[in-house]
Design a protein around this ligand. Structure first.
Ligand SMILES: [Zn+2]
Ligand SMILES: [Zn+2]
Length: 179
């Protein structure tokens, strides 16, 4: 089976990519490979919203030559939006090839304090696993104790466990088997 690629757009803390890759390997038992950074997606900047268009980044990402990977997770520091939401932690097309994860909103706690490094890395890994779930064909789950539950804010994300419910796990393994 081809590995899951993990890559940054521009420069980010290398620890984050390692944490994401380790969580994917540890949780899903599939090989991961970190590859050299992609160009920062300046083209996706929306000067009206002062944010980056997640859909535009995904579209460009999906057109890159990443055939050597089963799925690819791209990580960046920029604040992402989709038209209907104020911001998103990540974005992926259900059953797609590539997902993006934004670190921008993961660095601070709801009270404005800075998140500890382990908490920040755990959040990044959770968002990455959630988006990988979408790439493996999963939709959002109603169970709050499931990683596929929709996280509208950092509190939701911190409440979500770093694993999938039994129901989603079944679908996840179907998705993995079809890779
Ligand atoms: Zn989602
Ligand atoms: Zn679930």
């Amino acid at each position: 089976m081809k590995p899951i690629g993990v890559v940054s757009f521009g420069e980010i803390d290398g620890m984050v990519l390692k944490a994401i890759a380790a969580h994917i390997l540890g949780y899903l038992r599939i090989d991961t490979e970190i590859f050299s950074p992609l160009e920062y997606p300046g083209y996706a900047y929306d000067p009206r919203r002062l944010q980056y268009d997640a859909g535009a980044i995904l579209k460009a990402f999906e057109s890159l030559p990443v055939q050597s990977y089963a799925k690819v997770i791209g990580v960046l520091d920029a604040d992402l939006f989709v038209p209907i939401l104020t911001y998103v932690f990540g974005e992926a097309r259900q059953g797609g090839k590539c997902a993006v994860v934004s670190l921008y909103r993961l660095k601070n706690n709801p009270d404005g304090s800075k998140a500890s490094s382990p908490l920040f890395l755990e959040r990044a890994a959770k968002v990455a696993l959630h988006e990988l779930g979408h790439l493996l064909n999963l939709t959002h789950c109603e169970d709050e104790r499931c990683l596929m539950h929709f996280s509208g804010g950092i509190r939701d994300l911190d409440t979500a466990p770093p694993y999938f419910c039994r129901y989603c796990s079944v679908y996840l393994h179907d998705g993995l088997a079809s890779l």
